[in-house]
Design a protein around this ligand. Sequence first.
Ligand code: SF4
Ligand code: SF4
Length: 333
Amino acid sequence: MLAECNRNSLKNYIINLEVTNKCNLNCFFCRAEANKHLENELTKENIYDLFKDLKKMGVSHISITGGEPLVRKDLPEIIDIGSKMGFKFSISTNGTLIKTVPISMLKKIKPIRISLDAARAELHNKMRGSKDAFKKTIEGVEYLVSHNIFPLLRFTAHRGNSMEVLPFIKLASGLKIKVIKINRIIPILGCVFNAKEQLTPKEYKTVLVRASNVAKKYGIELSSDDPITFKLFKNVKNCKFGGCAAGIVHIHINSRGEIFPCQYLPIRLGSIRKDKIYNIIEKKDIRNFFTNVRFNIQGKCRSCSYKMLCGGCRAAAFSVRENLLDADSMCFN
Ligand code: SF4
Ligand code: SF4
């Protein structure tokens, strides 16, 4: 997630709302560890109360995530109420359940971000821990396109799939996809597996450059949420402050109502079950705290002239020594 310049008031926050931790797949790199069943997830009523508080903040955009958000049976009702309150929704999904939910709900969500890790069923299914995930996801994409909804495809590059990126773009073109996002696997504190799966900075840059060249040929827009890609994708425009959005314009609320600066950054800021979200943000001065992190960042980032436009991924940096001020070791700039 990128800060994209505007960080002046509570209304600029983009809320990442995890509506459930449950998932129908078992991906090896899952941040949510979604095969774990959690008690005490937010009810529909809790979410409506949250919507009222977000309205008071002036928030306009809610990004729905999980687990797999489409396993939540009351999601159509939640999106319907939220849309009537004026919120714009986007969603991140594995795409396998697209055909099981009402198209009327899907039409209210933009963009629909679908994760696909390979152009080959065998590889995608292995990474997703399911023998028919690929088939169902492709069917989901085709179903959306047949209804004139063009999802955004997400490719998370790591050691096991980096060789797949070019066939992946070709596949996306065949599916009439217009936008692809490529990100790296984010090492999460305590997750040795994700750390081992990371590409080297040089390998990562090579994947991005090749993908960018091929995407151009197919007329596909390629971008990334990763701050260190700003030179390649020019994703920060005409502003003095951008890059990592954690806590600055981005807040994650997990399925039990706990608040974090980003879904990958395990720094708990409070709970919407104990206090109003705006009180938590203001009492703890979250935006200033994370802006100051940027000013005080260390290592290679400290003297970098791009520090205000990038700042590296704070979650990736934090995962190594639990120090928010560390440099992002994946930087290839
Ligand atoms: S050194 Fe840090 S701030 Fe500079 S480009 Fe690299 S990750 Fe970004
Ligand atoms: S910590 Fe990383 S994943 Fe989270 S907002 Fe910053 S760049 Fe994005």
